[in-house]
Design a protein around this ligand. Structure first.
Ligand SMILES: *Cc1c(COP(=O)(O)O)cnc(C)c1O
Length: 347
């Protein structure tokens, strides 16, 4: 990696593409939350773009996950010949300087992966681990504890938290990398706007309580959905029968068989995003219009609950799948909303 010829003072504030007070403030707060130096970007995808510009790997081992990240990878493939490897590729396919990009919990299902085992795999080959931790903001998961080299967030989700900010964040504990990332951003030009960073600082004040409540709400709802779905011999017309008539499956880290690592890496909850699979495509398509508390929209992490028939933004997923992002509403209102929606679908 080339080191920068002239170091630019990150707090000089002489030109807005280099630095301005609001993004600097946002980054200082985030650095303490993320346990590494944080650099902010205009979007989550521009943060990934900056990470790949920094590391310029020959191979990237990556799973499914956020479709836009695959768009950024395709751009590098066009420019540099970057090749994709499967997330579960044998370690000896990785070379020094390569990257494993691990998104966990994973979009759209909210299931989690063992960060430590991927860090160990990367480092055994001299490769690096980038963790896209968007679904588990600080308080839920610290990827540095388990060996991540770079942590990435789409700050458009929980950091912003009010569906009104687009931003991305990289954090690293490597001083040389953070200096290079800062210098690169001057020329990538992907700085966060002033207004967005001001909104970002506002949002970070409530990050902890928002995420706790959202997690709590989601955990209760998921438990209700899952228990109701698996309740044996439901009486016709009962809530159990109604749910079982429409719902096929629920996906979330809290329902996965994760072993010891899961509870260690996510000690405070498993995140407010989960997915459901309906019994039929038609039911999945119709459900959002039957719900009153949930907006039918993409994105996630905001204070208001959202539901999305996921095939509309990602053609690669099951057409029966809906992604749910839980907000700050009373969880029983959300449960009752689901129940009345399932009832109206069964008519
Ligand atoms: C939204 C998202 C991104 C992309 O972030 P933008 O801010 O929309 O560019 C990347 N990864 C994950 C997991 C996301 O949910």
């Amino acid at each position: 990696m080339t080191t920068a010829q002239t170091e630019i003072d990150p707090t000089s504030h002489i030109y807005s593409r280099i630095s301005t007070p609001n993004p600097t403030r946002f980054e200082i707060i985030l650095s303490s939350l993320l346990n590494g130096t944080a650099i902010s970007y205009s979007s989550g995808l521009s943060a990934l773009h900056a990470a790949l510009t920094l590391l310029n790997p020959r191979h990237i081992s990556v799973g499914e996950g956020y479709h836009g990240c695959h768009g950024v990878i395709a751009l590098f493939t066009r420019l540099t010949g970057l090749q994709k490897l499967a997330l579960d590729c044998p370690a000896d396919q990785l070379e020094a300087g390569d990257v494993i990009l691990l998104e966990t919990p994973l979009n759209p299902k909210g299931t989690a992966y063992d960060i430590a085992s991927f860090a160990q795999k990367a480092h055994s080959r001299g490769a690096y681990l980038i963790v896209d931790s968007t679904f588990a903001p600080p308080g839920l998961q610290d990827p540095f504890l388990w060996g991540a080299d770079l942590v990435m967030h789409s700050g458009s989700k929980y950091f912003g938290g009010h569906s009104d900010v687009l931003c991305g964040v990289l954090a690293t504990q490597n001083k040389e990398w953070s200096t290079q990332l800062f210098q690169d951003r001057v020329f990538l030009g992907s700085v966060m706007g002033n207004m967005e960073s001001w909104l970002g600082v506002r949002s970070l004040r409530t990050l902890e309580v928002r995420v706790q409540r959202q997690c709590d709400n989601a955990a209760k709802l998921i438990q209700w959905l899952d228990t109701t779905l698996h309740s044996p011999n439901p009486v016709p017309g009962s809530d159990e029968a109604v749910v079982q008539g429409a719902l096929g499956e629920v996906f979330h880290a809290s329902l996965q068989d994760g072993g010891d690592w899961l509870k260690k890496q996510m000690p405070n909850g498993f995140g407010p995003v989960f997915s459901i699979c309906m019994k039929e495509e038609e039911l999945a398509k119709a459900l959002p219009s039957k719900l009153h508390y949930f907006q039918h929209a993409t994105s996630l992490g905001g204070v208001e609950s959202l539901i999305e028939w996921r095939t509309l933004s990602d053609a690669s997923v099951d057409r029966k799948l809906l992604r749910v992002s839980i907000g700050l509403e009373n969880w029983e209102d959300l449960r009752n909303d689901f129940l009345q929606a399932f009832k109206s679908l069964c008519k």
